[in-house]
Design a binder for this molecule. Structure first.
Ligand code: GRF
Length: 204
């Protein structure tokens, strides 16, 4: 399975996927790392791993979001990617982009969806007093942080946690489940029914 990984920041999830791809039995390879931020740390991680990296700044991009996303889609198509992996891509994607990649576009979000959509989720979880939170890998649909849930991992909220310590605990789980989900998809084991419920078939 050929992956295009889209990042905006440090790219620790990207790194987890890069590392997973090093195993000879891992059924995926990254063909493109793309960022909307020219200085994203994730681009360095891609370059270091010898992967094609591209960046287009969204700031002042002529034509607005639709035109920008069309350019990103063209780049992804050029690489022959089968799956688009959002990994800390902090930019809303347009509905036409989502439709273009429907069923082949996944995201990771640092909460147990549908709780705590949007930004500042760690503080939101602390403020709500939940005792457990976690992360979710899901297919992307036009509505933000919605879409069929593929996998989740749970972590406890511990006394004394702040947004930083909680984020670190969750990130560890993100780095575990994102490569796992990509493996399942590559193995053809992930299916979604008409109600948007995902099931993972046993490995054969
Ligand atoms: C992760 O917490 C991810 O869930 C969220 O943004 C963060 C990205 O971290 N969408 P990194 O760039 O992968 O280190």
């Amino acid at each position: 399975l050929k992956l295009a990984v889209l990042v905006s920041g440090g790219g620790s999830n990207l790194q987890a996927i890069i590392d997973a791809c090093k195993a000879s039995d891992y059924p995926a390879e990254i063909v493109l790392v793309f960022s909307n931020q020219l200085d994203a740390g994730g681009l360095d991680r891609g370059r270091t791993a010898g992967i094609r990296t591209e960046a287009i700044s969204h700031k002042g991009y002529a034509g607005g979001r639709e035109a920008y996303d069309t350019a990103v889609s063209a780049l992804i198509e050029e690489t022959g990617a089968d799956l688009v992996v959002l990994a800390g891509y902090l930019r809303l994607v347009s509905t036409s982009f989502v439709q273009r990649w429907q069923g082949r576009l996944i995201n990771i979000h640092p909460s147990l969806l549908p709780s705590f959509k949007g930004l500042h989720v760690h503080q939101a979880a602390l403020d709500a007093g939940v005792k457990f939170t976690g992360c979710t890998v899901h297919y992307v649909v036009p509505e933000v942080d919605s879409g069929p849930i593929i996998a989740q991992a749970v972590v406890p909220v511990l006394p004394g946690d702040d947004a930083g310590t909680l984020a670190q605990r969750i990130l560890k789980q993100e780095h575990r489940i994102y490569p796992q989900v990509i493996r399942w998809i590559a193995e053809g084991r992930v299916s979604t029914n008409d109600a948007g419920i995902v099931t993972i078939a046993d490995a054969t």
